[in-house]
Design a protein around this ligand. Structure first.
Ligand code: NAP
Length: 243
């Protein structure tokens, strides 16, 4: 059975990507950190739409948890299920001007957004290499392309994932695996809830925040077999908001 693993699938962009992957026929592994209720809600929505999946709880920032939970799942399902699509979506921000940023803020944001890419992807990559097929999709940010004041930690982490996307794409191109990144601008989720939407949308050519479903649509493109010749790319989904 072909599976799509979506980290941070309990809410926001990750939930929309879970639903989209289910609509493409994938059995969806819904990862989350602590919000079991919302993760169950994602699974219910998948099932209501006629799809299937399961929850897979682990903290992407905790190497041991990733190894135990995800490594255990891969081992336990060796004969009947495999991950064909990996969406590294889980992320946090913890904004502060550099002068006020403490080590904890730096470490948490780097661990959750950047180190997680390495830990999760490395575990999944082997079976993709064995099957000579795979789709890896990393959710980055406009902040990692442009850099945003107050987000040195988050911009550094997302820029790091963009570099890793381009490097890994070159390593695994021969093996039928593509590695691409989605760079959302302002998308309506819990992450952007505290922001002044009225003021910010004046800066966006589309004059609105984006929807999680609009990011999911782009994820479906990268996940499709027909996108086999697209790799190492960063696709912006930002209503035209550039530097
Ligand atoms: P969100 O609504 O805050 O949801 C975050 C998701 O990530 C939740 O499912 C959460 O799980 C999960 N998560 C957080 N830390 C985790 C961890 N350590 N381990 C496992 N799961 C974890 O965020 P979002 O707006 O959908 O953002 C999704 C991705 O898009 C992130 O990478 C973010 O940086 C990126 N992005 C968002 C925007 C935007 O405007 N919203 C713009 C650019 C980029 P729980 O429910 O268990 O907490």
């Amino acid at each position: 059975m072909k599976c799509a693993l979506v980290t941070g699938g309990s809410r926001g962009i990750g939930r929309a990507i879970c639903l989209k992957m289910a609509s493409l026929g994938y059995y969806v592994l819904i990862n989350y950190k602590s919000n079991a209720e919302e993760a169950i809600n994602t699974l219910s929505q998948i099932e209501e739409a006629g799809g299937d999946g399961e929850l897979l709880q682990f903290d992407v920032a905790d190497r041991e948890q990733v190894k135990q939970a995800l490594g255990g799942w891969i081992e336990g399902n060796e004969n009947n299920k495999y991950i064909e699509v990996l969406v590294n979506n889980a992320g946090i921000r913890d904004d502060s001007l550099m002068a006020w940023m403490d080590e904890r803020q730096w470490d948490n944001v780097l661990k959750t957004n950047l180190d997680s890419f390495f830990v999760v992807t490395r575990l999944v990559l082997n079976s993709m290499l064995g099957r000579k097929y795979g789709r890896i999709i990393n959710v980055v940010s406009l902040s990692g392309i442009k850099g945003l004041a107050g987000q040195t930690n988050y911009s550094a982490a997302k820029a790091g994932v963009i570099g890793a996307t381009k490097a890994l794409a070159q390593e695994v191109g021969r093996q039928g695996i593509t590695v691409n990144a989605l760079a959302p601008g302002f998308i309506k989720t819990d992450m952007t809830e505290g922001l002044d939407e009225k003021e910010l949308k004046a800066l966006i050519p589309a004059k609105r925040f984006g929807l999680p479903e609009e990011v999911a649509h782009a994820a479906a493109f990268f996940a499709s077999p027909e996108a086999a010749y697209v790799t190492g790319q960063v696709l912006s989904i930002n209503g035209g908001l550039y530097t």
